[in-house]
Design a protein. Structure first.
Lengths: 157, 499
């Protein structure tokens, strides 16, 4: 990187600094609700105080860096794959939360992630994901005796 | 020698058929994930933690160590053949290694990497066996304030001293420490930062954090940059074997790389990145064939690869003797110990010598297995690189979510995984290091309990931290390590102005 006089204020960097300040405030506020049981030490409050104080200092440090435009250069960003992957995760969470089961959600996640990385055969990938999920479900529940969330599909196995 | 007696005893544990099998599974998995771009050893251990919960502790820890060593071997294959090092420790290898592959000397590059890794791994593991008993003797006399000070040193070196930016490294660390606060405080029974969510009362799962940051974060990051970055696999052409000339040019760099890697890894100084680049720079300066550098010099592969593996063994020294993880993978291994209620440190050497020395002895075996697996079978591993990227990452995400649900079947856990994934993506995008977050989450609560123990012994007087000579020295070292990068950066800027 070449230091140039026309360094610009980095807005994203300022947001990071702000988030750190909010986190520091949150930790401090949470700390005030704790009770000290031992008369001799600060007990559960010690670490929150340290963390909160240091987060304020780091927010200032990050803020200064952002104002001076010190952040490393960033490449352009393609939002579509991110939306696809997060969408797949949200589907999985919703399906498990609503009792739709693990297999269906996993197949959807497999297909959306695969789409995010540029494959266009959504249906084929969905089927691959389905087979993978069934195999995993059988392996986990029968061999390792770990329970995965079950839905209508799982009850058939 | 005491160490050799213990080691011989450990060997009897390590050669039990079940443990040999675990070591073999570990090195196979480790090599496979090391070869695959996008998954590192830390993520693999994280994914396996929930699955191995019900297995025998000795076996699974031997397997984790096999994954650690195997990941180092596999990573070099990817670095040489597609020039996208899976982790920062393989970056130096990629420089000359990929040039060698392009020049049709990929075979000898892979060979010198594998043999160098074996030489370095064996010497460094020997160093670990000799050094560990001494460190254990010293560590026995540590009070809680000394342990706390030691952890402060580790925090500073891991996050601030050796990163690109001390501020960003420390920010990562404190995000980890903040996450470590979440949950019920064991000593007082009060909940912190839980906001009434039952899943948060049980603390944040290390595996959820690590899998979110490493797997989901990496997938989001790679997917978002796919339009910029394209990977190209160099086929292995020509002979796989090293010529006599190659051997002559390789053996000294192996030894020098080991000499850099082991001590730097053994100090709580964080990671294998520094020794690999030191080794690269040294070989570039000492070589008798300076014309080859930039065109594929074998010294530039042999040295860093040896340094890389020696550092991996080195990080096991503070991990086993002091319970101090100095890399993301070591942190995950510590989590592996903790899931069985085992705490690495001097007590573990006294209570479970079979386990500790069995682990160390199995490292020698794993190393030998890796040499055999990697030299003749390298063609097989290379085929893993042919898995289409969409399926690879889709598979990674499926296993990531599956491991999380298996450990804790609740949607809230998956929401946390997703949030940590977004965090991991943002940290990669804005160049914040990931490892300090994991180290902070794992080590934060331990450091807190040591600090509070020290404070309650001293009746709340914080001066106890400076009254113990060990603690005072360590805190001074931490202070120097914290200030040094700022001062050096200032000097660097001054120099730049002068030029």
């Amino acid at each position: 990187m070449t230091p140039s006089p026309q360094r610009r204020v980095d807005v994203a960097g300022l947001v990071i600094a702000l988030v750190l300040l909010v986190l520091a405030g949150l930790v401090w506020w949470d700390m005030t609700k704790l009770q000290i049981l031992s008369p001799y030490d600060l007990g559960p409050k010690v670490m929150p105080i340290v963390v909160s104080t240091c987060l304020v200092l780091l927010a200032i440090g990050n803020g200064i860096g952002a104002l001076r435009g010190d952040l490393p250069a960033r490449d352009s960003l393609d939002w579509m794959p991110i939306v696809l992957i997060l969408g797949g995760l949200v589907c999985l969470i919703a399906l498990i939360g609503l009792g739709g089961g693990f297999i269906l959600g996993t197949a959807i996640l497999f297909a959306t992630t695969s789409r995010a990385f540029g494959r266009r055969a959504f249906l084929v990938d969905f089927l691959i994901g389905l087979v993978l999920a069934v195999l995993v479900y059988v392996l986990f529940s029968k061999l390792l005796a770990l329970s995965l969330p079950a839905g209508p599909l799982e009850r058939l196995i | 020698m005491d160490a050799f007696v213990s080691l011989a005893h450990g060997l009897t544990v390590a050669i039990q058929p079940m443990n040999l099998l675990f070591a073999l599974i570990g090195v196979l998995l480790g090599t496979a994930v090391g070869v695959l771009p996008g998954i590192g050893p830390a993520l693999t251990v994280a994914l396996l933690l929930p699955i191995t919960f019900k297995l025998d502790p000795a076996g699974s820890i031997i397997m984790f160590a096999g994954i650690y060593y195997g990941g180092m071997y596999g990573g070099s294959t990817t670095a040489i053949l597609i020039n996208t090092p899976g982790e920062s420790a393989s970056m130096a290898t990629a420089l000359e290694g990929n040039l060698m592959a392009k020049a049709g000397r990929g075979g000898p590059a892979l060979a010198t990497a594998a043999i160098g890794s074996f030489v370095a791994g064996t010497i460094a593991t020997l160093g670990l066996s000799l050094l560990a008993p001494y460190l254990v003797d010293i560590a026995v006399s540590f009070g809680p304030e000394d342990y706390f000070a030691l952890m402060v040193v580790a925090f500073v070196t891991v996050s601030a001293t050796f990163g690109d930016s001390p501020v960003r490294g420390l920010t990562s660390l404190f995000i980890g420490l903040l996450l470590g606060l979440v949950g019920i405080d064991i000593l007082s029974g009060q909940s912190r930062l839980s906001f009434g969510v039952p899943e948060l009362y049980d603390n944040i799962e290390v595996t959820t954090l690590a899998v979110g940051l490493f797997a989901v974060g990496e997938a989001l990051y790679v997917a978002s940059r796919r339009h910029i970055h394209e990977e190209k696999l160099e086929p292995v052409r020509g002979s796989l074997w090293m010529t006599k000339e190659d051997w002559k040019r390789s053996w000294l760099p192996w030894l020098r790389g080991t000499a850099y890697g082991f001590p730097i890894g053994a100090l709580p100084a964080g990671g294998a990145e520094i020794p690999t680049f030191l080794s690269y720079a040294t070989e570039k300066r000492l070589t008798k064939h300076p014309e080859d550098f930039g065109k594929g010099a074998i010294e530039g592969v042999a040295g860093p690869e040896a340094a890389n593996n020696a550092a991996a063994a080195g990080t096991l020294v503070p991990l086993l003797t002091l319970g101090l993880p100095t890399s993301a993978t070591a942190a995950m291994m510590l989590a592996g110990f903790q899931q069985y209620g085992l705490n690495p440190g001097p007590l573990l050497f006294a209570d479970r010598p079979d386990l500790v020395w069995g682990l160390i002895a199995s490292l020698f075996i794993a190393n030998a297995m890796l040499l055999v697996l990697n030299l003749p079978l390298v063609g097989l591993w290379v085929r893993l690189l042919a898995i289409p990227q969409p399926w690879l990452y889709a598979g990674i995400l499926v296993f990531a979510t599956m491991g999380t649900i298996a450990a804790n079947p609740s949607p809230v856990e998956l929401i946390m995984l997703t949030v940590f994934g977004i965090l991991g993506f943002l940290m990669r995008r804005f160049d914040f290091p990931i490892a300090p977050v994991v180290v902070g989450l794992i080590l934060g609560p331990v450091a807190e309990s040591q600090l509070r123990r020290a404070l309650s012994i001293s009746l709340g007087d914080p001066m106890v931290l400076l009254q113990s000579p060990i603690s005072a020295t360590l805190l001074f070292i931490a202070l120097v390590a914290l200030i040094a990068p700022f001062v050096l950066k200032g000097l660097g800027r001054f120099k730049a102005v002068e030029d």
